[in-house]
Design a protein around this ligand. Sequence first.
Ligand SMILES: Cc1cc2nc3c(=O)[nH]c(=O)nc-3n(C[C@H](O)[C@H](O)[C@H](O)COP(=O)(O)O)c2cc1C
Length: 352
Amino acid sequence: MRQSRKLDHLNICRKMADGPGTTGFADFHPVHNCLPELAWDDVRLDTEIAGIHLRHPLIINAITGGAADVAAVNAALAELALTTGAAMAVGSQYAALENPEVLGSYEVIREVNPGGVLFANVGAHVTPEQACQAVEMIGADALQVHLNAGQELVMPEGDRNFSRYLEHIAAIAARCRVPVIAKEVGCGIAREQALALTGAGVRAIDVGGRGGTNFLAIEAARGQNELEEDFLAWGIPTAVSAAEVAAALERRADLIVSGGVRSSLDALKALIIGGQAVAVAGPLVKLLNGAGPQGAIAWVEAFLEGLKRCMVLVGAGKVSELAGVPLVITGWSREWLTARGVDVTRYAVRPS
Ligand SMILES: Cc1cc2nc3c(=O)[nH]c(=O)nc-3n(C[C@H](O)[C@H](O)[C@H](O)COP(=O)(O)O)c2cc1C
């Protein structure tokens, strides 16, 4: 069942468009700087997440593993990570914790990219021992713990009990030799849960917000069950979730912005909001399937070049300097953030 599910996810994702809910990035407007006072060659893209140095802020997010048939996809993603210097997360490793026969579909990632930055991935229901096993399986530099209640509830065979997750995560963080990253898979993370997670020892939050790959829609398509149209837009838009979490954390933990990050400009906005990195999943599945490995490499390279161009235009020579760039927040996102107690004018009048 688990093996065919991983194949279904890839096949449905290849055909399915993002949305219908939007990311909110359209409401976020970086302020142009006509006096950047730096040269193209001065711009550095390297960054840090949970003390781990990344060559640039684009992470290949968790996608797959757990079936013989997906090993080739993981090998291609690992090649992409190797060629472009991207950090990479593996798909949920629970399948291999249950069935060692599928270990190879994960281990291939470390074989292809021995020196790369890799993130392991488990659900919040695993024991601390299983979490450590997942880390060792691929020699991971960090561990992602995914939070996906929405997806599970739409899956006919999904989990129905989400109690004591925070306690599990605290036990995993206390036991694990690498930093723990908590991530959603498309419904976003609110301020309250971000604070609870960091209180439990999580070192970085990946908001996994609404507006990109839609796991409610993917699971509904898999199970051939119809979901109400308005429920398909459930979740916190990515940019709004990022702004809530950034304001709440005040740099006590790092922030990865993901869920519908599709362009250099989205990435620029995400980093100005307060992220240290962005992560992308669905587009890479589609690119590998359509344009192939060279097309995927070209897309990542153009994305990074575009980010560099945007950084010059806001006068930021380093990723960390983006947190001081003024950003005007308008429309629905402004209303949401104001209602949630985030001071949007603080963004607009930076640096103050
Ligand atoms: C085919 C596919 C499989 C995925 N499997 C996992 C998974 O096993 N574990 C996980 O944490 N996230 C998984 N994700 C979610 C992504 O890591 C990411 O959070 C989500 O797709 C939103 O990012 P995007 O809009 O850039 O795709 C998967 C995504 C895709 C497209």
